[in-house]
Design a protein around this ligand. Structure first.
Ligand code: C2E
Ligand code: MG
Ligand code: MG
Length: 695
């Protein structure tokens, strides 16, 4: 006997079906987004709501068919049906977060779902009608099972597709409507096929009881579904707000990171960035980075620049320096400021010649004067370099080694670069020993001054002596080339320099009292000492204390005082007002020798030994030397050639009518011995006297 669904109940079942679909879609979205963060109570509620939805759909579907018949519901079976529906819901909730699996996974899921739907279907039906399982023909049973299998498969596909993109509320409702409608349709088709072969109960006079039961079931189920859906929606909304907040936090975190990693003054990365970068560097090149070189830069006299220009001027100086450094460095190199006047960068897979070239380019670029507030500032930088293989990388040690190399570069006369080598470790210990010993040297009377005569080559007359400091320390005899840079570094140079000047003036005073011929003494003054604002005052105090005329004292400075031309020029003027003479020492060894004589009025130009050494046998060097001599004379200065050791050199220089100084005439000697050499010259004034070895 054919059965026809009750038309008013069809709508009701479609509504429940849509509500269930809607809840399924929301729960799927919710569960997949929340993943493990879902409370088990919420899961239970979801399972109950969905289970009731499935069961409600089922019951309503059956009621739709049997509205016109008389029947007695069997509560036990219906309850079992509800349990099966909840099991189905639990299974669906369980597999949702797993996402799309393999084909066999999908097949397994479709099969399990279909079996559970079938169980719900059968139990629901048996709870309302007296279905005897065996009474149903196998063919119909399998047909219905196949329909349910298809239904599960399409439901899965639909859910998966509609859930692939995050749906808006409108889309979700549309999807739920389509899904609900299709589910109802499939359900009726399946049920109808199933019932077609069943014995049916007697017809009832009216189906009111069934209709009101159906409405009650539909209401309860819909309420439960909507309740669960609403809970999930509220939480989903909170999740969205939460992720918005999370994004905000992330954005401020990245702003904070930028701030924390940027040097506020220069805008380049700071030390925090550098250390993080150094740690990440080995992993950043996909195994292509084999070694890392660290290049550390430190300005030689930034303190003086800061004192001279003030805080703002110093800041401006650093900004301009950064621009200049960037213009020399390859674009792949990121310069970072470690702090103060210290800058650093890394070079992966370095080759020594390349780094040497780079360092020379940096030294040259920095040497160009910088204009700040109308002043022309010349600065110098020293560079320390250390390299390590990535496999042996120890960031802290790498930086320490670069620092040590930097220290060595500074000790070697500044404005230079040095590579770290294990031997440096020994020399650094030596530097520490020297620094300590220097603190006590003056008090312990370990210093003495030696005098080396300066001879007018044409006449053979001694016209002056250069005072050269000697240190007979507890560490043995240490040459000035080793301890002067250390004394400059630790500040001891001020007291030591003052002592040398006083000692030399006292000696001159003694010679003058002994009525010896008038000579001058030349005293070496380091840049640090010279740029001391009180230097001129100290000189004048010593002159009056020792009763030595100012013109008998010559101050030897090197081009390194050209750090700030304006200050240097001012100090030079002060000294010239006092009346002392000025000599520029070691002329021709640095880059800015010419710069120095161009800007400062000097009395004597001392040509470095290295230039003299090259002269014999090289016409080019001779031409350069001759030009320098001429330059000195044109400036109205006396010219002294240092380091004359042989008669050949002396004869060659004699034609230029200049002053000679060197071992050929005499080594630097203590005053009493220097006097004996001087006496020989007085006896034999032909300029070719070869001093007896008195040392
Ligand atoms: P300098 O001022 O250029 O002094 C000349 C150096 O050349 C001296 O070395 C001297 O002994 C050496 N010399 C002179 N003639 C010859 C020669 O014919 N052959 C060779 N091979 N060398 C010769 P010294 O005394 O070891 O001093 C080295 C440097 O130390 C000086 O170079 C100077 O820059 C610095 N110095 C020495 N005394 C003082 C001082 O009292 N204060 C400061 N600030 N620096 C000093
Ligand atoms: Mg000198
Ligand atoms: Mg010299």
């Amino acid at each position: 006997m054919a059965m026809f669904p009750h038309i008013s109940l069809i709508f009701l079942s479609i509504i429940v079906s849509i509500a269930t679909s809607y809840t399924i879609l929301i729960l799927i979205e919710y569960i997949s987004r929340r993943e493990k963060a879902i409370h088990s109570r919420t899961k239970l509620l979801a399972v109950l709501a969905l289970g009731s939805g499935f069961f409600g759909m089922q019951v309503l579907g059956i009621l739709t068919f049997v509205a016109e018949y008389r029947f007695t519901p069997r509560i036990g079976l219906l309850a079992l049906g509800l349990v099966a529906a909840c099991l189905l819901a639990a299974y669906i909730v369980k597999i949702i977060p797993k996402g799309i699996g393999s084909r066999s996974d999908t097949a397994k899921r479709v099969l399990i779902t279909a079996v559970l739907i079938k169980a719900v279907h059968f139990l629901g039906l048996s709870g309302i009608l007296n279905v005897r399982f065996l009474a149903i023909s196998a063919g119909y049973y399998f047909l219905s099972a196949a329909i349910i299998l298809m239904m599960s498969y399409f439901a899965f596909r639909f859910v998966r597709q509609s859930n692939a993109k995050q749906a808006s509320e409108k889309q979700r409702l549309k999807n739920a409507a389509v899904m609900g409608f299709v589910l109802t349709l499939l359900h009726y088709t399946s049920t109808n096929t199933f019932y077609s072969n069943m014995p049916l109960p007697e017809t009832a006079t009216d189906g009111l009881w069934v209709i009101s039961t159906a409405i009650f079931v539909a209401l309860m189920v819909s309420l439960l579904l909507l309740f669960a859906a609403n809970l999930a929606l509220v939480d989903l909304h909170a999740l969205e707000t939460e992720s918005g907040l999370l994004q905000q936090v992330k954005a401020s975190e990245s702003r904070f990171r930028t701030l924390a990693y940027t040097d506020q003054l220069t805008g380049i990365p700071n030390r925090h960035w550098f250390f993080a970068h150094l740690r990440e560097l080995p992993d950043s090149g996909d195994g292509e980075i084999e070694s890392i070189g660290v290049v550390l830069l430190d300005f030689d006299d930034f303190k003086s620049i800061n004192e001279l220009l003030g805080q703002d001027g110093g800041d401006q100086f650093l900004k301009k320096i950064v621009e200049r450094l960037k213009s020399v460095l390859p674009v792949t190199v990121t310069l970072a400021r470690l702090g103060g006047d210290e800058f650093i960068f890394t070079v992966p897979n370095v080759k020594k010649p390349y780094l040497e070239q780079l360092c020379q380019a940096i030294l040259l670029a920095i040497e160009e004067p910088i204009q700040i507030s109308g002043r022309s500032i010349t600065s110098r930088v020293s560079i320390g370099i250390s390299c390590q293989k990535v496999t042996e990388l120890d960031e802290e040690r790498l930086i320490k080694q670069a620092d040590l190399a930097l220290f060595m570069a500074k000790s070697a006369g500044k404005e230079s670069y040095a590579f770290f080598s294990p031997e440096l470790l020994d020399s650094s210990t030596r530097k520490q020993e020297l620094t300590q010993a220097l603190q006590q040297a003056l008090v312990n009377g370990e210093f003495s001054v030696h005098y080396q005569p300066q001879i007018e080559l044409v006449s053979g007359r001694v016209i002056g002596f250069e005072a050269l400091l000697r240190w007979n320390s507890t560490l043995g005899a240490v040459p000035p080339s080793e301890f002067i840079p250390v004394a400059e570094e630790c500040g001891a140079i001020h007291a030591i320099g003052e002592w040398v000047l006083r000692e030399a003036c006292e000696q001159l005073s003694v010679w003058r009292r002994e009525s010896r011929p008038v000579v001058h003494v030349s005293v070496n003054v380091s840049a640090k000492q010279f740029l001391d604002p009180e230097f001129a005052e100290k000189v004048s105090r010593i002159l009056s204390a020792t009763d030595v005329p100012a013109e008998c004292v010559e101050i030897e400075i090197t081009e390194s005082i050209m750090l700030d031309l304006d200050t240097a020029a001012g100090l030079v003027e002060e000294l010239q007002d006092i009346g002392v003479k000025l000599a520029i020492d070691d002329f021709g060894t640095g880059y800015s020798s010419l710069n120095a004589v161009k800007n400062i009025q000097i009395d004597t130009l001392k040509i470095d030994k290295s230039l003299v050494d090259e002269v014999l046998g090289s016409d080019r060097s001779m031409a350069i030397l001759a030009t320098i001599i001429e330059l000195g004379k044109n400036l109205g200065a006396d010219v002294v050639v240092e380091g004359l050791e042989t008669l050949e050199q002396v004869n060659l220089m004699k034609q230029y009518e200049i002053i000679g100084q060197g071992y050929y005439f005499s080594r630097p000697l203590p005053a009493d011995k220097a006097v004996r050499v001087w006496d020989k010259y007085l006896e034999q004034p032909d300029g070719l006297f070869h001093a007896p070895i008195l040392y």
